[in-house]
Design a binder for this molecule. Structure first.
Ligand code: IPD
Ligand code: CA
Ligand code: CA
Length: 258
């Protein structure tokens, strides 16, 4: 009998194997909305994850990106799943994408796994137990100066249509930190903060399946996670600011004063 953490890691690994094997092969690509693409691999990955999780835990429901609803009988526990976070990267052959699986229990995220199949990395956390990369404990960075900070961000799919598309925040932040990165997988970006590679990460329009696992991993690695306006974090209010804690207020200041 697998634990829930083992089941999530195993499911993410199976989906990751498929994504890695099919990377840079022919894909069926469809537009969900302008600039928001989905492939046959997103769907196949989701099927693999659901069947792997159900083999061990048939009674836990799931909120998944590709079905966009809770599947199964919801009794306080559900998996929150992004079967391929970084679809645009995947389509372009940019090797930065992930599988994200979280477990929510009575409204709280209690477990998170983010798998980077190209790098062979499994980031994981359970509430109160610390954060791990391939079984080794990880911590956020010790950077205290904005001038030394490497910070990640991303742009919403509606960036073509709205002025409120993070470009003002981006333009302000680049004058304060050593550099910015836009790597295209929010779940994995959050793990970069947890592992101390990025000192912070913010984004303004994300879904619960982008945020649930990675936000717990950052917190368990000693980092701080709020909404991008500084309010208490929930994966259901679309935005995030994650940091090594020490830089949180300075990063927030730049974001909210843009
Ligand atoms: C996207 C990625 C990207 C972020 C987008 C997300 P998807 O998820 O996390 O980094 O900028 O807003 O929707 O669509 O590739 O699963
Ligand atoms: Ca996503
Ligand atoms: Ca996705």
């Amino acid at each position: 009998m697998l634990t829930k953490l083992e089941a999530a890691i195993q499911a993410a690994g199976k989906a990751g194997d498929l994504l890695r094997d099919r990377f840079k092969t022919d894909l069926v690509v469809r537009e969900k909305s302008p600039a928001n693409l989905v492939t046959d691999l997103d769907t196949q990955s989701e099927e693999i994850i659901l069947s792997a999780l159900r083999a061990s835990f048939p009674d836990i429901s799931a909120l998944t990106e590709e079905s966009e609803k809770t599947i199964g009988n919801y009794n306080g526990e559900r998996w929150i799943i992004d079967p391929l976070d970084g679809t645009t990267n995947y389509i372009h052959g940019y090797p930065f994408f992930s599988v994200s699986i979280a477990l929510e229990s009575n409204g709280k995220i209690v477990l998170g796994v983010v798998h980077d199949p190209i790098a062979g990395k499994f980031y994981s956390a359970e509430v109160g137990q610390g954060a791990y990369l391939n079984g080794e404990k990880i911590h956020v960075s010790n950077t205290t100066e904005m001038k030394q900070a490497l910070v990640g961000s991303g742009f919403p799919y509606y960036a073509w249509e709205s002025e409120d598309n993070n470009s003002q925040q981006w333009a302000k932040m680049i004058r304060k930190v050593v550099s910015l990165r836009c790597d295209g997988s929010a779940a994995l970006d959050l793990c970069m903060v947890a592992a101390g590679v990025l000192d912070g990460f913010w984004e303004l329009d994300l879904e619960a399946w982008d945020l649930a696992a990675g936000s717990l991993i950052v917190q368990e690695a000693g980092g701080k996670v709020t909404l991008a306006d500084g309010n208490p974090f929930t994966p259901y209010q679309r935005s995030v600011l994650a940091s090594n804690r020490k830089l949180h207020d300075s990063l927030l200041h730049e974001i909210i004063n843009s």
